[in-house]
Write a protein of this length. Structure first.
Length: 471
C-alpha cells in the first residue's frame, strides 16, 4: 500500500499537510519534512478542506443495486393508472424470464394494488412492483403463478377471506428472489463506486433478516473490493457467527415495527430481550408515533443497551422528544425524504403531524443522539442532497416542512461523520492515528456544502484512493 501526502489542505486549525501510511493518518503538520515523504504520492489540496469520509447510517445495498435495473412506478414520473400502464408496457426486457421490476409506487397513482388491478394494467409479462416504503411487493397473476403464491407458506403472503393470495407480499425480499430463481443477490460494484463518488467511506446496511446468501454476498463484495466502504450490518441473524474481516462489523439487531401490522407487546419485548441476551442492541424501524410509543414502552419493560437505536423516527411527537432526551436512545433519521416526498406529506398527512416530521433541530437541542442517513434506494442516496434538505426543509414545490427543525449545514454534515458503531457520538476528525477514510474538497467546507457533490476532488478509503475526479 503506497503512502500519500496531502499538501495544503484546510483543517479546522488551519492549512496543514497530512500524511497517510498503511491506512492510517500518521502525521498532521505544517510544511512536513520532504525527506520523510520520499516515494509518497503527493496530492495538492490547494487550500481545499480535508474531512473524514461520510458514513451513511441506514442504507439497503442490494436493493439499491437492483433499483438501477427497475422501472420507476411513482411520482413524479408516474402519477396515474394510465401512466403506470404505459410505463409497464414499454419496460425493457432486462430479465431472462421476462420479469418487469417496478419501484417507487405509492397509492396516489392507482390505489392499493393487487393481482386484479395489476392485471388490468399489464398482464403480458410477470410484474412485481415495490411500494416506495420498501414494505410490500405487488404481483400480477403471471408473477403470482410464477412464484407459487397459492401454495406458499411464507407469513408475508397476504390472503383474502377465502384464503386466496391477493398478490401483496410483505417484507419478503429474499424469499421472493429465491422463488423467482434468482439465487444470487445483485452485483454491488456500481453501488460501491457511486458511494465513493459521493464521499461515503462507510455504510450501515439496514436490511433486516439477512439470508445466508445475502450476508455472504455483502461480505464477499467488500472483501473483493466491489464495495470498499466499511460495512456495519444490522440484519445478521442472532444465531449467526459469520467469519468477518475487521472492516465488517455486526451492529444492533434490526427489528421492524410495521405500521401496517404492529407487533403485540409481549412479542416485541421478547424480541428485544433475545437481542440483548446475545450482546446486541436493537435497531427498531419506527415510522409512526404509535410504533415509537410501543417501542419506548417495551424498553421501559425490558431495559436498554447503549447500542439500541431508532430507525427513521419519521413522526416524533413533541412530548416524546423529552422522553428520548431522558433515555438517550439514538435516532437515525432521513430528512432527504422531505426533499423527495415533502409535497405528498403536506397533501396527505394530518396537519397536526407535519411539525413532527423528520425532526432534527429539536432532537439535538434536547441532547438526543442523532445520525443522518439516506434509506436508499427509498430515499435519495446523495448525502449532500440530504444535508441540503436538513438545512432548508424544502419540498420539490418549494414549500417548507418544519421550519423550526432546520439545521445549519455543518451540523448536518457532522451527523454523517459519527462512527458506524456509535451513531450519536461526536463526529470523527482528521488527526494522527485515525483511519485514513478521507474526503478532499475543492474549496472551504462552507463553500463545498453549498456546492454539493461537485465539490468532491477525491475519496480515500483505508488509505487507498477510491474515487478521484478526472481533469
Amino acid at each position: 500500500m503506497s503512502a500519500t501526502l496531502f499538501r495544503r489542505v484546510t483543517l479546522p486549525a488551519g492549512v496543514r499537510d497530512v500524511i497517510v501510511d498503511h491506512g492510517v493518518i500518521t502525521a498532521v503538520g505544517v510544511d512536513l519534512d520532504g525527506g520523510a515523504i520520499r516515494g509518497f504520492e503527493i496530492i495538492d489540496g490547494d487550500g481545499g478542506a480535508l474531512i473524514p469520509g461520510l458514513h451513511d447510517h441506514h442504507i439497503h445495498l442490494h436493493a439499491l443495486a437492483a433499483a438501477s435495473a427497475s422501472v420507476q412506478c411513482g411520482p413524479p414520473l408516474v402519477t396515474s393508472s394510465d401512466d403506470l400502464a404505459a410505463t409497464l408496457d414499454r419496460a425493457p426486457d432486462l430479465d431472462p424470464a421476462g420479469w418487469v421490476r417496478g419501484v417507487g409506487y405509492v397509492e396516489t397513482v392507482a390505489g392499493l394494488l393487487d393481482c386484479t388491478t395489476l392485471d388490468r394494467l399489464h398482464s403480458r409479462r410477470p410484474v412485481r412492483i415495490q411500494h416506495r416504503s420498501g414494505a410490500v411487493w405487488f404481483l400480477n397473476t403471471a408473477a403470482a403463478e410464477a412464484v407459487g403464491l397459492r401454495t406458499a407458506e411464507h407469513p408475508g403472503v397476504e390472503r383474502d377471506d377465502s384464503g386466496a393470495p391477493t398478490g401483496r407480499v410483505w417484507r419478503a425480499d429474499d424469499w421472493l428472489r429465491e422463488r423467482m430463481g434468482h439465487s444470487r443477490p445483485p452485483d454491488l460494484s456500481q453501488v460501491g463506486s457511486e458511494l465513493a463518488r459521493l464521499g461515503i467511506t462507510g455504510v450501515t446496511d439496514a436490511t433486516p433478516e439477512l439470508s445466508t446468501e445475502s450476508l455472504d454476498a455483502l461480505v464477499s463484495s467488500h472483501v473483493n473490493g466491489a464495495v470498499p466502504q466499511r460495512l456495519h450490518l444490522l440484519g445478521v441473524p442472532l444465531d449467526a457467527t459469520p467469519d468477518l474481516p475487521p472492516t465488517v462489523t455486526v451492529g444492533p439487531f434490526k427489528i421492524v415495527l410495521a405500521d401496517s401490522d404492529l407487533p403485540d407487546f409481549p412479542s416485541l419485548c421478547e424480541r428485544i430481550r433475545a437481542a440483548h441476551s446475545r450482546g446486541r442492541g436493537v435497531a427498531a424501524h419506527c415510522v409512526t408515533r404509535e410504533a415509537l410509543l410501543l417501542l419506548l414502552a417495551a424498553f421501559d419493560e425490558v431495559g436498554r443497551r447503549p447500542d439500541d437505536r431508532i430507525e427513521h423516527g419519521a413522526i416524533i411527537a413533541a412530548e416524546t422528544v423529552d422522553e428520548l432526551s431522558h433515555t438517550q436512545i439514538a435516532v437515525v433519521t432521513q430528512p432527504g425524504f422531505i426533499a423527495a416526498r415533502g409535497d405528498d406529506y403536506l397533501d396527505r398527512l394530518d396537519a397536526s403531524d407535519v411539525p413532527d416530521l423528520y425532526r432534527c433541530a429539536s432532537l439535538l437541542e434536547r441532547g438526543v443522539p442523532l445520525a443522518m442517513s439516506s434509506d436508499a434506494p427509498y430515499g435519495p442516496v446523495d448525502p449532500w442532497e440530504v444535508i441540503t434538505a436538513a438545512a432548508n426543509r424544502l419540498t420539490p414545490d418549494g414549500r417548507t416542512v418544519g421550519a423550526d427543525e432546520k439545521l445549519d449545514r455543518v451540523t448536518a454534515l457532522d451527523r454523517y461523520l459519527t462512527p458506524l458503531s456509535a451513531v450519536g457520538a461526536a463526529p470523527r476528525t482528521v488527526r494522527t492515528g485515525e483511519p485514513a477514510d478521507l474526503v478532499l474538497l475543492d474549496d472551504t467546507l462552507e463553500s463545498a456544502l453549498q456546492t454539493g457533490r461537485e465539490a468532491l476532488h477525491c475519496t480515500m478509503i483505508r488509505g487507498r484512493i477510491a474515487y478521484r475526479r478526472e481533469g
